[in-house]
Design a protein around this ligand. Structure first.
Ligand code: LLP
Length: 421
């Protein structure tokens, strides 16, 4: 459920007409709904009620500080994967003891940044990384709290580019080697082993892979405890999928996911951390774009938009489906027709949808990409020297620009010309 609904024939974000935002900021732009962000955070928080837990929002999904602040004020921690994300979370007011540091290759500088500013834990991804965290901690005279990310070798049954829990993937250490790696961790004086971390992939639409992974984690926790490790925190990653179409897909709900966590891991009495990103931000954001031309091709019509693959890369990169709706609600019974919906960039990959049924549209009409709140703005680029598009946050009947569209001068002046030219 989200708060982007039609009222009197026009699409609204909460109590603000999308067309009003478009008039104020120009198109294309991203718009997020505060009520939807909070609702999704609360679904997870409630799902783990009765268990000591922290929902650490995976801020890679949408990292604008206004979004971080909205969630942090509701009690969220953050899952970060770079020094940049760490500093951004801190800038948004998130305390270090609510920030977990994930990511496959943390550099010594990144580790230093987090240890200096305060960190809840590092999720260690490899033995060499563990040695570097130890060395940096010793250099700073602190102890780094760690979990080790284990790779449970389960099939997450999701798109290959976002599956992470198979042994062939680059993530974590093989679960079979965990005893050895934990023994080494325990011997390093700069580290304190506090738990286990696992994350098997993103956009999971079934619970079964989670169940397989968490069952393996439960067995591992008992084994590591019997080997003398004080396993008291389990970080279970993110990955619960969202419905990308309004009609036919219905991934499991956070409450079912929470029940599974309690069932598979509850008996251990550990503090639980989860790192959802997509489910919190995905359906809390739209990308709004304008039709600039309607072009009749040989066998189809094209809607050419002012938004492009650089603004929303998911269709080009993952063949992802986003529902696309007209901002002016189509009249009941209006006949839809198939369009190829494309951006203006000169490559065929700049196609958002093929033969998508839409009401008849004309140049100047606004359309909205649903489910664009996660992995939308954060993955955008300035390809073709197209400025990053603005982000807007709505809260009830108010809205604010939370990232401005840069001017062409700002973009162009970032280049520096060497002295020999
Ligand atoms: N924790 C870790 C360690 C992760 O690697 C990820 C996502 C998450 C949490 C959050 O997963 P979520 O709840 O959002 O599924 N750009 C891709 C998705 C990449 C996900 C990467 N890792 C997309 O647009 O589909």
């Amino acid at each position: 459920m989200d708060h982007f609904l039609y009222r009197d024939g026009a699409l609204y974000a909460e109590d603000v007409p999308i067309s009003e935002i478009a008039a104020a900021v120009g198109t294309p732009f991203y718009v997020y709904s505060t009520a939807t962000l909070l609702r999704h955070f609360k679904l997870f928080d409630d799902a783990l009620e009765g268990t000591e837990h922290l929902v650490c929002y995976a801020m890679k999904a949408a990292s604008n500080q206004a979004i971080l602040k909205t969630l942090a004020q509701a009690g969220a921690g953050m899952d970060v994967v770079s020094a940049g994300e760490y500093l951004r979370a801190k800038a948004a007011g998130v305390p270090g003891d609510k920030i977990v540091f994930s990511g496959v290759g943390k550099t010594a500088d990144e580790i230093r940044t987090a240890l200096t500013g305060g960190i809840r834990q590092f999720n260690v991804e490899s033995e060499p990384e563990m040695e570097v965290i130890n060395a940096v901690a010793l250099e700073l005279g602190v102890i780094a709290p760690i979990t080790v990310r284990v790779n449970p070798d389960v099939d997450a049954k999701t798109h290959a580019k976002i599956a992470t829990g198979k042994s062939e993937n680059k993530f974590g250490i093989p679960i079979a080697r965990a005893s050895e790696v934990y023994a080494r961790a325990a011997s390093l004086p700069g580290l304190e082993v506090i738990g286990i971390d696992v994350h098997i992939g993103s956009q999971l639409t079934e619970l079964e892979p989670f169940e397989m992974a968490y069952t393996k984690v439960a067995e591992l926790a008992e084994r590591l405890r019997s080997e003398g490790h004080n396993i008291r925190r389990l970080d279970l990653g993110g990955g619960l999928g969202i419905p990308y179409t309004r009609s036919n897909d219905a991934p499991p709900l956070p409450v079912e996911y929470g029940a599974l966590i309690k069932k598979t891991l509850g008996h251990l009495g550990c503090e639980i951390e989860i790192e959802p990103g997509r489910l919190i931000a995905g359906n809390a954001g739209l990308m709004v774009s304008k039709v600039i031309y309607v072009k009749s091709g040989e066998d189809r019509d094209f809607l050419i938009l002012d938004g492009a693959m650089n603004d929303l890369i998911r269709p080009a990169m993952y063949e992802a489906h986003h529902d696309i709706v007209a901002v002016n609600e189509p009249m009941p019974g209006v006949e839809q027709r198939p369009y190829d919906i494309v951006g203006p960039v000169c490559e065929s990959g700049d196609t958002f949808a093929k033969e998508r049924n839409m009401p008849p549209l004309e140049a100047g009409d606004l359309i909205a990409f649903r489910s664009a709140g996660a992995y939308g703005a954060v993955m955008s680029s300035e390809y073709n020297t197209r400025p990053l598009i603005p982000e807007v946050l709505v809260n009830g009947d108010q809205f604010a620009v939370i990232r401005e569209r840069p001017s062409f001068d700002e973009i162009i002046n970032r280049d520096t010309i060497p002295s020999w030219l």
